[in-house]
Design a protein around this ligand. Sequence first.
Ligand code: FRU
Length: 496
Amino acid sequence: MTSLTLREARAYEEMAEKSIPAGTRPAFHLSPRTGWMNDPNGFSRYGGRYHLFYQHYPYATEWGTMHWGHAVSDDLLHWEYLPAALAPDEAYDCAGCFSGSAAELPDGRQLLMYTGVSRERTDGEETSEIQTQCLAVGDGVDYEKYSGNPVLTSADLPPGASRVDFRDPKIRVRDDGSWDAYVGSRAADGSGQILLFRSADGFRWHFEKVLAENRNRLGKMWECPDFFELDGKWVLLASPQEMCPEGLKYPGGYGTICLIGSCSEDTMEFREESDQAVDYGIDFYAPQTALTPDGRRVMIGWMQNWGTVSPPRENRLPWYGQMSIPRELSVKNGRLYQVPIRELESLRGERAEHAEESFSGTVSYPDVSGRLADLEVDVEPAEEGGTYGCFSVRLAKDSRSHTSVSFRPGENVLELDRGFSGSRGDAIRQRSARVSADRGKLNLRIIMDRYSAEVFVNGGEQVLTATLLTDEAADGIEFIADGNVRMRVVNYTLDI
Ligand code: FRU
């Protein structure tokens, strides 16, 4: 039975969606059907299609009591909205249906596991939040909350773990048909940890072990874990709150980390070998991964950052929040690589190619412009053994605005700067990454949608992502070299 709260949310979505003209949305990045979006949830294949749920407040372009929005796709680029899947309509989730994940049950139904948030009265008028893990079962459109909810409560936590910070279960069906859930938690020392719970059937769960401990090394609470095998390694993704910046290795604030190591399916003993930031730009958080039918591990993140969420009065758009482009992952030399899903190539329209044997100063081309673009740039010193001071690509440019991607080979630092991107706020404007560019040779692939730029460096060794509020008429692209460079540019318009 669909609750009144869910029926109201669905009716509102259907009605309010009509007042959001298609041209005011990102063209191929998923945005909320109405209102607000944060984390991707339940990213998975079901019934022959990709399902992507998301943290959703339908009624306003700001965070509110969380629902689960829902969209489906065949290619991860064209999305079709379905009615909201979950609403906060039970005592155990009345303060919100927080993030979670999805998988198919052996009987063909779809299982969702999410965090139910409720409030409990403590002393006098004081209330405190309680987070528990809950289930819903459905057919890909309608979901019924499980009568045994919540299935994991504070009673299931190891000693010292917080009852307040216990959220974002990512479920995985193991090779033997049993189930794992990786859940974000906060240990007694206030630091994040990832707990592993186990189930024989997806419904009855027990605590198995602490999978990974932060020990206050990388930020505090670890949100939205994912854990999977890739290219012979195991990869743990988590999104820490309150990161202290560490040189150019980790930006401060909210970011996503990736720990790469080994793990045995039997003991689930994770041995970390390396760690890195997942995105060195400004807007990327809480990603989830899914497998494609041909075996690719694809990741989608919330293309936003809690540290840069603009106050509602600054938002000139009728929606808030968008997902990143889906990214194919691989592990090479102990690092996570990301490239835009290859399906994007099917959106490529007009192609323009230009090569400069040698130039310094500023160059632009009449057929290289636009705000929906797939732009590849290769640059190197014009002379063998030579160098240059700085090379920049300016995007979304007009006389007032631009967003720049600048490389200084002397330091091997790539900087993304959206200081002139139309934002009235004073949020984070600039981020840098150290890249490995041998003798000033650099490859950039830049994916632009109406409100974003995602910069993939050297075949995906680093990615820098930023949302942009630049007026759409600012569609210039130009290249600036301080010193003599050789450059090749290939630009495709993206048609959707
Ligand atoms: C991460 C997060 C999750 C939580 C959700 C609430 O962005 O804080 O930990 O489940 O957002 O909307």
